[in-house]
Design a protein around this ligand. Structure first.
Ligand code: DQQ
Length: 486
């Protein structure tokens, strides 16, 4: 807990490497989060020697979406079995009351299942594994892994992340009566390698309203497009609509449907620093806050922080309106911290740029700028000065907010050590920041020079109409461990 870069209220294992969320499911009222986990990768398992373990399924459970209890590792590779060197990503389903995981055993990649008879605490790999031993005959595929399954009418269906050489990402569709015997039905959909990657990893396919949403990893680039469209007759006609997250470090989103009918999503927040720095820290990767997913009136994906995270709020600082002349910056007195929730509203300034500078050192040498240009409708997360450690990623990222014109700009920001999650008008942007100075804790609001207007002077000066800041509590106390056995 002495590590200033380690998140205090986001989910992550006590040590070592984590990546994709897996097997998200609410079971008997409890939220189960599995995740790709490489125990001992940095902490070094006893008598492991040089051969560090491959991908396991770590496991945690929560009753409130905020506090998590580490449970025993759910899946580990079985030398000589269908998953000798790793248990790659997949999903969880309720098969007539039997919790069942569908995952990719490696290497080579094969579809496997496991079941639990003790409320998801321990898992038994099915003797029929691999239930699907290889990709479809005749398909030239760059990869074949990661599972998204659902129940329709009287059968189980699943798609597996894949691609077709020379074409693009592709999702082979399978049907099963019992999750053991699978029939290949053909490709549910394919992408264009020039637009959305040559292979689609971690496909996440689900209904929202009367549409179906597909989120994928546009492998090998690091971005996550989503599609919206109709699914019928085992074919998906999805239209590319944007990126699941506009930031630089959000990855591999997966969802669950909760008992309130909400579509909740978690994503892996990747590191923005070298593997050596990760090894020195002893940990790598964390999970985003839970997000409620929706579709707006234009059929675009919306992401909002689950309201349950308000339980983290402690001291509240309410700051009144501040007039912002162009090219001005104002320090918010009395507010400082690395675990903050910030909600800021600005008046529209037709051709101005306004924003927040967070984790700002008093002299401004370190700061991360979250800004919005009204004319371009563009949110930018400017990390250029986020750290004096030049070995860390310091990218600019962002994109269009599709903010309704003439409405106030509302920025909703979560800071947690080296984690920044921004929500604005249904969009989300997640980046890692690694400030080096202990005094890089300040918060400023600013407006930048408006571009000279082509026809008439600026109507309405930029201004901050309200600013609320909460200090957020920690959910970890540093005593956590992953139980070795149930
Ligand atoms: N990570 C997993 C794979 C998946 C990739 C391995 C996506 O199953 O394709 O840890 O981040």
């Amino acid at each position: 807990m002495s590590d200033p870069q380690r998140p205090r209220y986001h989910f992550l294992p006590p040590s070592d490497w984590m990546n994709d969320p897996n097997g998200l499911i609410q079971w008997a009222g409890r939220f189960h989060l599995f995740y790709q986990f490489s125990p001992g990768m940095f902490s070094g398992l006893p008598n492991q020697g040089a051969t560090l373990p491959g991908a396991h399924w770590g496991h945690a459970v929560s009753d409130d979406l905020v506090h998590w209890e580490h449970l025993p590792i759910a899946l580990a590779p079985t030398p000589g079995g269908a998953d000798p060197t790793g248990c790659y990503s997949g999903c969880a389903v309720d098969h007539a009351g039997v919790p069942t995981l569908i995952y990719t055993g490696v290497m080579p990649q094969k579809a496997c299942i496991a079941t639990s008879d003790d409320d998801l605490l321990t898992w038994t790999k099915h003797p029929a594994n691999p239930v699907i031993p290889a990709p479809p005959e005749g398909l030239e595929v760059p990869g074949w892994r990661d599972h998204c399954a659902w129940r329709d009418d009287d059968a189980w269906y699943q798609v597996i992340g894949c691609g077709v050489r020379g074409v693009g990402g592709a999702l082979p569709l399978y049907r099963s009566p019992d999750l053991v015997r699978w029939e290949y039905l053909g490709l549910m959909c394919t992408g264009d390698a020039n637009l959305t990657g040559s292979m689609w990893e971690v496909p996440e396919f689900f209904p929202l309203g009367d549409q179906h949403v597909l989120m994928v990893h546009a492998h090998p680039e690091w971005w996550f497009p989503y599609f919206v469209g109709s699914y019928d007759d085992h074919r998906y006609h999805g239209e590319f609509r944007g990126r699941v997250d506009l930031g630089a470090h959000y990855a591999a989103p997966q969802t669950l449907l909760d008992s309130q009918g909400r579509r909740l999503a978690w994503g892996w927040i990747r590191e923005g620093r070298t593997r050596a720095a990760q090894a020195e820290a002893g940990w790598s990767g964390l999970m985003s806050l839970p997000r409620v997913m929706g579709l707006d009136s234009n059929g675009r994906l919306t992401s909002e922080p689950a309201p349950e995270v308000r339980a983290l709020r402690r001291a509240h600082h309410a700051v009144g309106a501040i007039a912002l002349a162009h090219d001005s910056t104002h320090q918010i007195q009395g507010v400082a911290g690395a675990q903050l929730e910030i909600v800021a509203e600005f008046t529209p300034a037709p051709n101005g740029t306004v924003g927040l500078a967070v984790r700002r050192s008093p002299d401004g040498v370190e700061e991360t700028r979250i800004e919005y240009n009204f004319a371009d409708d563009r949110l930018t997360i400017d990390c250029e000065q986020s750290s004096l450690d030049l070995s860390t990623d310091r990218p600019n990222s962002g994109g269009p907010l599709h903010r309704p014109p003439h409405t106030p700009l509302r920025l909703h920001v979560f800071l947690d050590a080296s984690v920044l999650e921004v929500f604005a008008h249904g969009r989300a942007a997640t980046s890692r920041i690694y400030p080096t100075r202990s005094d890089s804790l300040g918060l400023h609001v600013f407006s930048r020079k408006a571009r000279p207007s082509a026809t008439f002077d600026v109507i309405g000066q930029p201004g901050l109409t309200s600013l609320d800041v909460w200090e957020l509590a920690a959910i970890w106390d540093g005593t956590e461990s992953v139980p070795v056995h149930a």
